[in-house]
Design a protein around this ligand. Sequence first.
Ligand SMILES: [Mn+2]
Length: 459
Amino acid sequence: MLGRLRCIPFLLCPLSLAHAQTAEYPVFEKDKIPAAEYKARRDKVKAALGANGLAVFFTNPVRNRNNDVDYRFRGDSNFLYLTGFEEPDAALVLAPGGFTVNGKKVTEALFTNVSDPMSITWLGYRMGPENAVSLLGIEAAAPNKDFANILFDIKDAQLYRTRIPEGPTDTLATMVTGYTNWSKDKEAKGGLGTLLEEMRAVKSPEELRLIKHAAEASARGHVEVMKSVQPGMWEYDIQAIVEYVFGRWGCESVGYPSIVGSAANSTILHYEEDRRQIEKGDIICMDAAGEYHGYSADVTRSFPASGKFSPEQKAIYEVVLAAQDAGIKECRKGNSFRAPHEAASKTLLEGLKRLGIIQNDSELNRYFMHGTSHTIGLDVHDTRIRTLAPNVVLTVEPGIYIKAGSPCDKKWWNIGIRIEDDILVTDGDPINLSAGAPRTVAEIERTMAKRGIGNISVK
Ligand SMILES: [Mn+2]
């Protein structure tokens, strides 16, 4: 994969990648999670594996976009959680009983691409095995071409089930094949899924630092959009403004494709096209958040294109806001994960009945058809938990979506409103990490009366 530079035979193709010496690796940012925390996570998994256990973790495959252009790479979240290693074509082996890498007996090893001047010139910086040992605090690292050989030398370990990446290409495919051949006559003991889910659900102070940054960046993006939006703009203008702010906050990516739905599009839960022109009187539902050093926020605001809610938009908005408040109140340690959903649903039900939009309890799911909460972290829909505990971060995101043709007064049609914040569970009161984005009708209208970065012409 040579990225955007076309490979012209004999002219621009690398002739040899044979230099094996590891090149220096620059560290540009100093605020990532320290190596010691990754080591502690691996130690915990190794303790669960037992003296004879063995587990292999692969990162994600590189995905092709078109011809010789790939999608920007993002590693597997469990793999990132255990290593902090962000490059493709990598695998982690944990075996507390020990195995041999480069003549040394170790209990863990990372397999990576090699780094040398030629590959850096063509492919960018790579950490390489030697830098991986010093920077990631891993016991041993080796070139990924040695993965299968080293694995085949491990004889008696009790294998734990591993998630095999789907459709890998190139180097990762070779590693996966090596693993499959090695493991085919071994009976796997069950997975580590539950352990990793439990570990990932409760965030460390270092993880909370990154999640807070992502949530604050996301909130600021929403503020800038509210200040900038006006009828005549396109949904993609709004997407560009919000993602610009994420970028200025150092976010490497969005946590998920930004949803900017105006008018009828506001009633489509995962509307990602963002191509419609916004008109006066539209409601806009924007679900967009940044990902910072692997950790994603998840924030939604709904606001009127013209800066003032119509009476109908405002009535629905107040119901959803009350439901969100009720849900946030339930984000307390010891509560069931379902508690915020139950509280929010009850408020939505009462509100829609009061407005005459529904008559019976059974009609609620016509207008509110999704859950109220999920945890966030390395995945925007992070690991599942049953009971809320301190340092869990979950969303509270009730919504009401009324499509044209719905069996209610048509003055309500084409209103889709969702309000979503990222809530930190503590020993006491819940903390709203995305509170920087205006949430009440008055705050939103006040913010929208200002001008924003999106009002500077670039055409
Ligand atoms: Mn969400």
